[in-house]
Design a protein around this ligand. Structure first.
Ligand code: HGY
Ligand code: MN
Ligand code: MN
Length: 398
């Protein structure tokens, strides 16, 4: 019987959540920040206290390894990311890491030795930021088709050699499992305990610059202005209205800079990023083409854009999902199969290894917010299922 110690797990999850947390604002734990280093040091110490052999690769991914009965067998990897969005919650990422750590402790305490080695991983820089998102996991899996700029790498204290040196020998791994909060409302609305994602959306992001002309905000007649903000808003409203009409397609705008951003000056330049998500790559391409057509429509301003990052949609492993369904039945947990509208480290992993995810409900579907919350019963179910699944998949891989 695999008995996770719920209190230990929940207390540890709370304790890590205090590292970088600002009362009333949420969690601030950018990858490569001091808060991130403190959280990783906390996790590394807990891994070592659990008897795991730890290592940190040259881009900052942390691994904790528990040998199996055959140390040459490919390892089963389980974890998630340790970084957060600014003002985020404490579960997005860390839940999957600390549940995997608790599962390995429970297996040892239950004197259950898997055949395959088990590794807990804390990937770095999963959140969308200057490094493009799912950075640590894309490095680990050798998927740097859209590498970050030299500026972004330098700001993180990294070099291209660090990336090359951190690519894993994937023959040493047999599967990847990630427990994560759903970050959407489906499970919570339906009152279902577990979600088993079948696919993870693709994300394509562009950086856009709209160039107008700064001028006096009082003396320049409205119809003679080259107002970059006005043109940007008009274009984005038309584009978002187009996306709102489609199924399995979402978009977002962020990282907006208005120059010179002075109330007495007509905005001369606006820089922003857009992202497009779908489980269908054709829909992403259509939405991107639509935006480009709108940006090319003659107006008072000129637009330029460039691809920032492209991460295709990916299907998760049918055999592992079926195994997880069996684990759910064994534990008498209700479950459904569903797509993931959020991206995860499981996305790059699924391109190179048999990969599956486990979702637990997010109250109100809220995430990337300090309001992010999942009841402890759901967190315990997720950790218990993860521990069960590791043993079931250990047998499956033989
Ligand atoms: O943006 C995402 O989907 C993920 O939470 N980083
Ligand atoms: Mn996440
Ligand atoms: Mn996130």
């Amino acid at each position: 019987m695999i008995a996770i110690k719920g209190e230990r797990f929940l207390e540890e999850l709370k304790e890590q959540g205090r590292i970088g947390y600002r009362e009333g604002e949420g969690l601030f734990r950018d990858a490569y920040s001091a808060n991130y280093e403190r959280a990783r040091a906390f996790l590394k110490a807990r891994m070592e206290a659990a008897g795991l052999h730890t290592r940190i690769d040259r881009v900052g991914n942390l691994f904790g390894r528990l040998e199996g009965t055959d140390s040459r067998a490919p390892a089963i990897l389980a974890g998630s990311h340790l970084d957060s969005v600014r003002g985020g919650g404490i579960l997005d990422g860390p839940l999957g890491i600390f549940a995997a750590l608790e599962a390995l402790r429970a297996l040892q305490e239950g004197e259950i030795r898997c055949h395959h080695p088990l590794e807990v991983v804390a990937f770095t820089a999963e959140e969308g930021g200057p490094l493009g998102g799912t950075f640590g996991s894309r490095v680990f899996t050798g998927q740097m088709e859209t590498p970050p700029s030299a500026k972004a790498l330098g700001a993180a204290g990294l070099t291209v050699e660090d990336i090359t040196a951190s690519k894993a020998d994937l023959s040493r791994y047999g599967a990847y499992l990630e427990l994560h909060i759903e970050q959407g409302p489906v499970l919570w609305k339906k009152g279902i305990a577990i979600g088993l994602p079948t696919a993870i959306v693709g994300i394509t992001r562009y950086r856009v610059t709209v160039q107008g002309a700064a001028n006096h905000a009082g003396t320049t007649p409205m119809r003679e202005r080259k107002d970059a903000l006005y043109e940007t808003m008009a274009t984005l409203c038309r584009w978002i209205d187009y996306v709102r009409e489609k199924e399995d397609l979402v978009c977002n705008v962020g990282n907006v800079e208005i120059l010179p951003n002075e109330i007495g000056v007509i905005p001369g330049e606006v820089r922003f990023a857009v992202e497009i998500r779908s489980t269908d790559e054709g829909r992403i391409a259509d939405a991107a083409d639509r935006l480009k057509n709108l940006l090319e429509t003659p107006g008072s301003c000129r637009a330029e854009w460039g691809l920032w990052v492209r991460k295709p949609p990916v299907a998760l492993d049918e055999e592992l999902i079926t195994a997880l369904e069996g684990s759910c039945r064994g534990l008498d947990y209700t479950f459904i199969r569903m797509p993931s509208g959020a991206s995860h480290d499981a996305s790059p992993l699924a391109r190179v290894l048999p990969t599956a995810m486990i979702f637990v409900p997010s109250v109100g579907g809220i995430s990337h917010s300090r309001e992010e919350f999942s009841p402890k019963e759901d967190l315990l179910r997720g950790a218990t299922l993860l521990a069960r699944a590791l043993v079931d998949i250990d047998a499956l891989l033989d």
